[in-house]
Structures are given as structure tokens and as C-alpha cells.
Design a protein around this ligand. Structure first.
Ligand SMILES: *Cc1c(COP(=O)(O)O)cnc(C)c1O
Length: 399
């Protein structure tokens, strides 16, 4: 009989032989546009460091001060003795920034999405979810007893069908990512809100790839789409544009926040976010709010990358988000994308290739993420590496 670990070894071997093993490269420097990995220095084009705040001196100073002032950790969940006044300050500032009554912090956005559906929805209710929503939404929805409906990515006809099928439920909640992370596509929030109003549903948006840099003042996709007062609930992360440390939140009406504080399991049964991270995140939030110059630079950088890559004959998914998918379609695309990404790292440019099952079969891509901290020279070096690696590998493959 196979032992427990032998069975796991077989599973690992299957992952490896399918070419799906994820290997972690070790960073030996802080996060930023220029990093050092165990393989040497590299230009980094795969972090969620959209505003370049991950290594910002004011944030680091605030976190240091937070350590000195409030100690290393809360050693308690929030409701027992883990709520520092800084937690409440940050929650109120998040709510004010995204335009809701209040907000509740979680250890991560994964946890925020893990709490939301179970608390708000029962078997009498319905939840309608975009097919490309983040894994944490999928898991969070699974935890609730609500009836589940799914619509194909951004397909408003299917959403309307689901809303019709869900009629008769006590409450209906539509949940979508504000930005889909593999494509950089925005959710059609205006149409979603129109349908929600027509069929009496509430709307929740996970703005993890938006808060801080999308829409006026970076408030998010709801602000960008002009539906800030029509989206009911937002979830988001402190682990991407807002400094890149950790923490997540739900922002929404007071009743939603109050009920999550009573019943949200990842809130009730997991340690409070460390005070130093809260102090750093408060400064990150302020820098984001005041960061029109950073957002302008980020937009300029994304535009520059898109136009140079298109000029050099690459196939990009259209759009304006700093997530830019460089497509390698077809049967051989997955191998080509991964060879090019590996080769680019040798040239000192770090990008990541994605293939099935992370993206649909035949739609392999290298996902590039721009930051306000990239210079034009960084971006030009990235494009030059794309061209050099593609040309070299295509020449090799055609031999
Ligand atoms: C990154 C991400 C999360 C997870 O955020 P963490 O705070 O790192 O747990 C959740 N939802 C979406 C859409 C994300 O992109």
C-alpha cells in the first residue's frame, strides 16, 4: 500500500509532468521596479506594486513608528482585546476613501471575501457571480448556503437570465471583480447596476486590482464608471497598490459592517492586523489619495508599453489597465510563452507566463504589470527583451 506521503509524491509528479509546477524565485532585495533575485538583478514587471509604494520611505517610517508606539502585534483577535485605535482610524479612512459608511479590516482580502457571503446570505438568498471572479470569491460563495448562479465573464445577457432565475429569493447579491486580473478588463459596472436595480439585487465589487489607482483619486472602479453611489459593497486589499503589505477590507453600509463584526468568521477567529502594518497602510492610503501624479505616471507608463509592444508586433489584449496581457495563442502558445519569460529573466527582465488552467486553453499569455515607479528606460528595456527573446526563440524553434 502507498503511504500518505507516497500518494502526495505521485500528485506532485503529475503536476510536474503536466508542466504546471510553480517555482518560486527568491528575492534578496526589497520589492520594487529593480529587484535582486537569487539569479541576479532584474527589472520587475510582475508585482502588484502599481503606485510604487511597496518600498516608500514615508510608509516604512510610519510602520517603524507604529512598532515603537503600538508594539509588534495585538496578540488577540479584534473583539477580545485586539482593537487598537489605529484599526478604527484606518477603517474610517478606507470607508471615506471608497465612499461608504464604514469598513471592516480583515487579515487579507481573501479573508474578507471568505466572510462576506456566509454572513450576508442564507439558504433563502441568492448570489450571482462572474465566472472569472477571484478564487477567494469562489471559496467565499461556497461557504454560504445561498443559491448560486454564475454568468460568463462580463456577459450581461447571462447575468440578466440569472437575475430572472433568482427572483423569489429574499436577497440577491451580484458579486464581480472590478478588474479581472488575467486580462486587465474592467467589469461593466454601469450595466451591472442597471440590471441590479431592474431586478432588485445588491451589487458587491472586489476592487483589489483597482483601489488606489483607478478612477478619480484612485477611489476605484465604481468611481471610474460613475456608479459610486450605486455599488453597495466593496472589498479590497492592502497587499497591492496600497503599500503591498497585508490586510483586506469590506466597505459598505453600516449594517453590513456591523453584522460582519458580529459574525464574520475570519474576523472573529483570526488575529488582528499588526499595528505596524496598519500605521503603514494609513500613510499608503493618504499617498494614494494625494497621488494624482503617481496615477498620471502609471497611465503614461501603461500607454508607452502598450504602444511600443503593438508597434513591435505583439498581440495584446486591448484596454488601459496597467495589467497588460501579451498573448501567445494556439496550441504551442503555452510553451512559447514560458520559454520567452524564462529567456527574458536571463536578460534581466522578470515577467510571468500563464497557461491552462489559470487561463483558458489556447490563451496562454505573459502578464505584464506596470508601476508608476518604472522609468521610460525600464519600459524600453522590457520591450527590447520581449523582442530579443521572441526573435531568438522563434528562430531556434524554426530550425
Ligand atoms: C489579490 C486579490 C485578492 C486577495 O487579496 P489578499 O489581501 O492578498 O488576500 C482578493 N481578490 C482579488 C480580486 C485579488 O486580486
Amino acid at each position: 500500500m502507498m503511504t500518505f506521503t507516497d500518494q502526495l509524491a505521485t500528485e506532485l509528479a503529475d503536476i510536474e509532468s503536466a508542466g504546471l509546477t510553480k517555482r518560486e524565485r527568491l528575492l534578496t532585495s526589497a520589492q520594487g521596479p529593480h529587484i535582486t533575485t537569487s539569479q541576479g538583478p532584474a527589472l520587475n514587471f510582475c508585482a502588484n506594486n502599481y503606485l510604487g509604494l511597496a518600498n516608500h520611505p514615508e510608509i516604512i517610517q510610519a510602520a517603524h513608528d507604529g512598532l515603537d508606539h503600538a508594539g509588534f502585534g495585538a496578540a488577540s483577535v479584534r473583539f477580545i482585546c485586539g482593537t487598537h485605535e489605529e484599526h478604527r482610524n484606518l477603517e474610517k479612512e478606507i470607508a471615506e476613501y471608497v465612499g461608504t459608511e464604514d469598513a471592516i479590516l480583515f487579515p487579507s482580502c481573501f479573508d474578507a471575501n471568505g466572510a462576506l457571503f456566509e454572513v450576508l446570505l442564507t439558504a433563502d438568498d441568492a448570489v450571482i457571480s462572474d465566472s472569472l471572479n477571484h478564487a477567494s470569491i469562489i471559496d467565499g460563495v461556497r461557504l454560504s448556503k445561498a443559491k448560486r448562479f454564475r454568468y460568463a465573464n462580463r456577459d450581461m445577457a447571462q447575468l440578466e437570465e440569472a437575475l430572472k432565475d433568482a427572483q423569489g429569493s429574499r436577497r440577491i447579491l451580484i458579486i464581480t471583480d472590478g478588474v479581472f486580473s488575467m486580462d486587465g478588463y474592467f467589469a461593466p459596472l454601469e450595466e451591472i447596476c442597471d440590471l441590479a436595480e431592474k431586478y432588485g439585487a445588491a451589487v458587491a465589487v472586489d476592487d483589489s486590482h483597482a483601489t488606489g489607482f483607478i478612477g478619480p483619486k484612485g477611489a476605484g472602479t465604481h468611481a471610474r464608471a460613475g456608479v459610486a453611489d450605486r455599488v453597495d459593497i466593496l472589498t479590497g486589499t492592502l497587499g497591492k497598490a496600497l503599500g503591498g503589505a497585508s490586510g483586506g477590507y469590506v466597505a459598505g453600509p453600516q449594517e453590513v459592517i456591523d453584522l460582519l463584526k458580529q459574525r464574520g468568521r475570519p474576523y472573529l477567529f483570526s488575529n488582528a492586523v499588526a499595528p505596524s502594518l496598519v500605521a503603514g497602510a494609513r500613510v499608503a492610503l493618504r499617498l494614494a489619495k494625494e497621488g494624482d501624479d503617481l496615477r498620471e505616471q502609471l497611465t503614461k507608463n501603461a500607454d508607452h508599453f502598450r504602444s511600443r509592444m503593438a508597434h513591435d508586433g505583439f498581440d495584446l489584449l486591448p484596454g488601459s489597465h496597467p495589467i497588460i496581457a501579451v498573448m501567445f495563442p494556439g496550441e504551442d502558445g503555452a510553451l512559447l510563452a514560458s520559454k520567452i519569460a524564462d529567456d527574458m529573466l536571463k536578460l534581466g527582465v522578470y515577467v510571468t507566463a500563464f497557461s491552462f488552467p489559470v487561463v483558458p486553453r489556447g490563451e496562454a499569455r505573459i502578464r505584464v504589470q506596470l508601476s508608476a515607479a518604472h522609468t521610460e528606460a525600464d519600459i524600453d528595456a522590457c520591450v527590447d527583451a520581449f523582442v530579443a527573446s521572441r526573435d531568438r526563440i522563434q528562430a531556434e524553434d524554426s530550425k
